[in-house]
Write a protein of this length. Structure first.
Length: 314
């Protein structure tokens, strides 16, 4: 990959981030509700509201608020939470670790289930294994996260009592942390497993019907070698694409799962910020999501050239 290509991609990513941040800034202020009313509560009166609005800079024209926001952001200041009075950056960073844990665990489960299921379905096309795998995949696309989460809680926490119901466990004890991650990760990763299984099956069927696969078999190579060395390796590009996209979806989809399992995280933080009309915190949470999604897409591009030498960026 050339330096010029990487520089161009970073430039495009920066422009996209600025555009997305601008849209978020505008949309946050279009949402019904008043942060001043949420802050004052029972002490709400016109004089106090006007004073607080001036203190927070909410009485300024929207364009002045935007320029001030961008100016602070350029200097690394994401603002201060209206509700907690803490720096937004600290609030976001302290919660983002839990979201990353959940998203990565969900992606691992999606790959561990989806890849073998897709490969088995492709190698046994039209047979029972194929039908079962694709039926489960269709079910995975259809089931809502919150409903699957409730089913898992009833089965494994309430009835069998194998897993804890709520929380995140003790961060200093990996095994305890893993026990609290199992159900949320399955809940979030099940749809990803279904998607990866379908893409893997489709890609494997396309590749296994090509001429060079027949040539490899004609040369006397073992079926295992044909499948893994010549077949699966050439299906990686679409799998990498869907995996990168799914990671971005999982990061955005943690909100519902965190709410169901009462886990701290960026999604839970965002829900509280929206309910309290905490403009700086909403903007900060969305910005972290955007940065991760943009750079995940960039990483996917980098992996293309790593796994397929035919892909050359200039």
């Amino acid at each position: 990959m050339s330096f010029n290509y990487l520089l161009n991609r970073l430039l495009v990513a920066t422009v996209n981030l600025i555009a997305a941040i601008t849209v978020i800034f505008a949309m946050v202020r279009l949402v019904p509700g008043d942060p001043v009313r949420a802050l004052l509560g029972d002490y709400m009166n016109p004089e106090a509201a006007e004073a607080l609005r001036a203190q927070l800079g909410l009485n300024l024209p929207i364009w002045q608020q935007y320029l001030g926001f961008i100016g602070r952001l350029v200097h690394g200041d994401m603002g201060t939470s209206l509700m907690t009075k803490q720096p937004v950056f600290d609030e976001v960073v302290s919660n983002f670790g839990f979201t990353i844990q959940l998203a990565l665990a969900s992606l691992a489960i999606a790959l561990l289930i989806g890849l073998p299921a897709g490969i088995v379905a492709a190698l046994h096309r039209g047979k029972a294994a194929d039908v079962i795998a694709m039926t489960v995949a269709t079910f995975g696309f259809s089931i809502p996260n919150f409903w699957l989460g409730i089913l898992l809680m009833i089965a494994f926490a309430v009835q069998l009592k194998w897993l804890p119901l709520f929380g995140v466990g003790n961060p200093s004890e990996p095994l305890d942390l893993a026990r609290y991650l199992v159900m949320p990760a399955i809940c979030l990763g099940f749809r990803g497993a279904a998607l990866i299984a379908r893409v893997t099956r489709s890609s494997m069927l396309d590749v296994m019907g090509l001429d060079y696969i027949r040539t490899a078999r004609a040369k006397g190579l073992s079926e295992r070698s044909v499948t893994w060395t010549h077949g699966f390796r050439n299906t990686l590009l679409p799998i990498i694409t869907v995996t990168g996209t799914d990671l971005a979806r999982m990061l955005g989809g943690t909100t519902v799962v965190e709410a169901v399992f009462s886990r701290p995280g960026l999604g839970t933080l965002l829900i509280g910020a929206v309910l309290n009309r905490d403009y700086p915190l909403i903007q900060g949470a969305f910005m972290i999501y955007l940065v991760v999604i943009v750079f995940t897409n960039l990483l996917v591009d980098l992996l293309y050239s790593r796994f397929d030498p035919r892909v050359v960026y200039k």
